[in-house]
Write a protein that binds this ligand. Structure first.
Ligand SMILES: [Zn+2]
Ligand SMILES: [Zn+2]
Length: 343
């Protein structure tokens, strides 16, 4: 029985190109009580590997969080499989707007302690007592109400390239960091204001909303299905789009375009740009925004130092790296003193 990937990412890429079939990029999550996450993980891997599903999936006692791609022709089979699992029956699937053949190149199903690293002690509050879910229409109404405080529950590198007009965007590196900051900012309005929150696909708000209710906020709302579902509804129902810029996503596409405007700038020269890249120096890998001109000038690196290292023969780079981890791992922080225009 095969429980792990046999193909490398490069072999997979070649195969996908050759097959040339349409794939759907989608995500979903569910909180549930999973007794044996390892067993469940193997069950998923065996079934999905056979359906040619690729992606990154986290399984924990508390549930599942999945980002994946499915061959379009096998979507019905995939859906039927989900419906056969009691807590995934009818689960909302967030389907990406842009379909990309190569959004994922491997199937990785990992067992974690939690499906989202929220740093919360779940025993201390009732996670089922969530905020009110709202669709795009209701969300638009709510956020034009002057009595509403709109909060972006994502990290600084996500909200930097795109967010809702008028949202509070905490300058934080992790979801965990944003919770107390927001609470402090809004402490005088626990009862009189609407607290409306959103994130990429809704999963962070599921718990954050329960947490804030526990902390005494009376009117808590969350955007159902997050920005991904909002964009879909705006498109399908011809609604007014109040999201500016791009939606940061956690697959190799990095982002999907929701409105035309560019709201960020190149971290190296300050010109308008919203293209996230990773520093080409493997030992650095810093996530930052770089315009095409700077990419050329800097050889896709974040600094002169990284350019020098990156120009060395591979074997020498490897020697330099020995014993040191990546200093700026992807999605970790996206901050560095070398980035002059990072606000
Ligand atoms: Zn630039
Ligand atoms: Zn670098």
């Amino acid at each position: 029985m095969q429980l792990y990937n046999k193909l490398s990412a490069r072999e997979r890429e070649a195969l996908l190109e050759e097959a040339g079939e349409d794939r759907l990029t989608l995500s979903f999550y569910a909180y549930a009580k999973i007794g044996n996450p390892h067993l469940f993980r193997n069950h998923l891997f065996i079934a999905w590997d056979q359906m040619d599903v690729l992606g990154r999936i986290y399984v924990a006692h508390e549930g599942i969080n999945a980002q994946l791609s499915v061959p379009a022709t096998r979507f019905e089979e995939f859906k039927a499989f989900l419906d056969g699992i009691y807590f995934l029956e009818g689960v909302r699937l967030n389907i990406a707007i842009e379909h990309d053949l190569k959004s994922f190149l491997k199937l990785k199903v990992k067992v974690r302690k939690k499906i989202v690293a929220d740093g919360l002690n779940d025993e201390s509050f009732d996670v089922r007592n969530k905020g009110i879910h709202v669709d795009a229409t209701r969300f638009n109404e709510l956020i034009s109400d002057p009595n509403t405080v709109l909060v972006d529950m994502r990290n600084h590198y996500e909200s930097e390239i795109g967010h809702f007009d008028g949202a509070v965007t905490p300058d934080v590196d992790t979801f965990r960091d944003s919770l107390p900051i927001i609470e402090e900012d809004l402490k005088d309005h626990k009862e009189d204001k609407n607290l409306v929150m959103y994130c990429t696909g809704g999963i962070r708000c599921e718990k954050a909303s329960a947490y804030y209710k526990h902390k005494g906020f009376k009117n808590v709302f969350q955007l159902e299905g997050g920005i991904i579902e909002y964009a879909r509804q705006v498109n399908n129902q011809n609604l007014e789009n109040k999201f500016l810029g791009k939606n940061f996503v956690f697959d190799h596409r990095r982002s999907e375009c929701i409105s035309g405007e560019v709201i960020a700038n190149c971290h190296q020269c300050g010109k308008p740009s919203d293209t996230h890249v990773n520093c080409a120096n493997e030992a650095c890998h810093l996530l930052f925004i770089q315009c095409a001109e700077c990419a050329e000038k800097m050889n896709n690196c974040c600094s002169k130092e990284c350019m020098e290292i990156n120009a060395l023969p591979y074997e020498e780079q490897k020697k330099l790296r020995k014993g040191k981890g990546n200093s700026n791992k992807i999605f970790k922080k996206g901050r560095s003193e070398v980035l002059k225009y990072k606000s």
